[in-house]
Write a protein that binds this ligand. Structure first.
Ligand SMILES: *Cc1c(COP(=O)(O)O)cnc(C)c1O
Length: 456
């Protein structure tokens, strides 16, 4: 098929939108290791999890066999307000790079929250409402998840309490105000409103906070407040399930034109956008129907895949959550204040960790100045101002396209452009002023947090 026939944007009609999510675990012969109850050391049960999470979401979390799960009508209606997201052929970037590669990106930044996180936020808010709860608690790092969840909660009339990593709370006051506009309450974390927050503050009074620490506070707030549950924006298998809508739409759009990606690239914080984007493609790979190269991209300052250990660890600094087997830097790892706040998490999705361990996907890391260089290059030709997190995937896609220029290969590259960077202008300012620095943790620092991994 000649390239001229492929439009800048490939659209899907309402009828072509996915009606079901895809659960990639169903096609994994070796499943991700079960989460463990930290008290008993045994695999968690439905009853262990329901005091913390909504019942229906626990069912989804524990379901490793059902391949397709119907998307409830109320969620489909909400999805129709901002989906399908665009699948764009990056003709202008290809031209600027002089590459024979064909570059496509799936852009999830076209909703007010500015990222893919709304895909799972609306699902989680829906199940909380359906259970008759009063509200939910959560953490937010850079603020995208908190924003998405506050939008979703206001749509369903639920209360939303957000613990926001302190450094982001201070650096991103406008994010906070968006959340408050949607009716959420926002507390900087660590805070003295929870026991775990007070403990962390006593030990590290000058801490910038971390996602792991904010999670502990949000969980404590949920279990100690009647009618509340905790919701999480990444890492969990239920979140990858909801995010599969990204991959299903991408695949449907590409199939319309007979396009098959050779390489699929996504940034990886907790793994939800990447997991969602690759799910249907990985399904084909697992069933032996097709092959794809799949690449996770992470910051060199928080390199869970590339320098982490595949081990059981706590999902949070306060060690109140179940243990998950994952690629981790250790729950006590405190990443440097890299500007890609959404990628500053010590661990990784259990599903992606298992797929990576089986050699079904690769991982690379970049330093932030390289990432911003790619972001600027992309913005100047494709027009979109990308989020720092998303720009990790841009950098990897550009590098791949440049390699194709050198080898003459006409590879098809698909990458996830997870969001926009309008709330990251301090980071862009640092890059533009030439004051941005890179920080790579030393082996000693990582060894210190490895030493605190739970001993099983
Ligand atoms: C949160 C976030 C990420 C990283 O989270 P994942 O769960 O790994 O997808 C990436 N990009 C943006 C814009 C985000 O908000």
């Amino acid at each position: 098929m000649s390239t001229e026939k492929i439009p800048y944007k490939i659209y899907l009609s309402e009828e072509e939108l996915p009606k079901q999510w895809y659960n990639v675990r169903a096609d994994m012969k070796k499943k991700p290791a079960p989460m463990l109850n930290p008290g008993t050391g045994k695999p968690v049960t439905f009853d262990d999890l329901t005091p913390v999470f909504c019942d229906e979401l626990v069912k989804q979390e524990l379901d490793e066999t059902t391949p397709y799960i119907d998307i409830p009508d109320e969620i489909l209606t909400f999805y129709k307000m901002y989906r399908p997201s665009s699948l764009v052929r990056a003709y202008c970037l290809e031209k600027a790079l002089g590459t024979p590669a064909k570059i496509y990106y799936k852009f999830e930044g076209n909703n007010t929250s500015g990222s893919h996180k709304l895909n799972s936020a609306i699902a989680q808010a829906y199940y909380a409402k359906k259970q008759g709860l009063k509200g939910v608690t959560t953490e937010t790092g850079a603020g995208q998840w908190g924003t998405a969840l506050s939008m979703a909660c206001s749509y369903f009339g639920l209360d939303c309490r957000v613990y926001m990593v302190k450094v982001s709370y201070e650096q991103k006051p406008f994010r906070r105000e968006v959340m408050r506009t949607y009716g959420a309450s926002v507390t900087p974390s660590p805070s003295n409103t929870t026991e775990v927050g007070r403990k962390i503050l006593a030990e590290f009074p000058d801490t910038n906070g971390s996602l792991g620490c904010a999670i502990s506070e949000a969980v404590e707030a949920a279990v100690s407040t009647e009618g509340y549950r905790y919701v999480l924006g990444s890492v969990l298998s239920q979140v990858l399930l909801h995010q599969s809508v990204i991959g299903l739409e991408s695949k449907a759009a590409m199939d319309k034109y007979g396009i098959k990606p050779d390489v699929i690239i996504g940034c990886a914080g907790g793994g939800s956008n990447l997991g969602g984007l690759i799910s249907p493609f990985m399904g084909e790979k697992l069933r032996g129907e097709a092959d794809y190269r799949i690449v996770a991209v992470e910051p060199a300052s928080c390199p869970s895949f590339t320098r982490g250990k595949y081990a059981y660890d706590f999902c949070d600094t306060g060690k109140v959550c179940p243990l998950q087997k994952m690629y981790t830097l250790g729950s006590s790892f405190m990443p440097s204040p890299n500007h890609a706040g959404g990628l500053r998490y010590h661990g990784m999705s259990g599903i992606l960790s298992e797929l990576y361990d089986q050699g079904l996907m690769e991982a690379i890391s970049y330093e932030q100045t390289q990432v911003f260089e790619a972001a600027q290059q992309f913005a100047r030709v494709e027009g979109i101002l990308p989020a720092p997190e998303s720009s990790h995937a841009i950098k990897a896609a550009i590098d791949e396209a440049v390699r194709c220029r050198e080898t003459g290969e006409e590879k098809t590259i698909l990458f996830g452009l997870t969001g926009t960077g309008y709330f990251d202008m301090y980071a862009y300012a640092a890059y533009n002023d030439g004051t941005m620095t890179d920080y790579i943790p030393t082996d000693e620092e990582i060894a210190q947090s490895f030493a605190e991994l739970p001993k099983l």
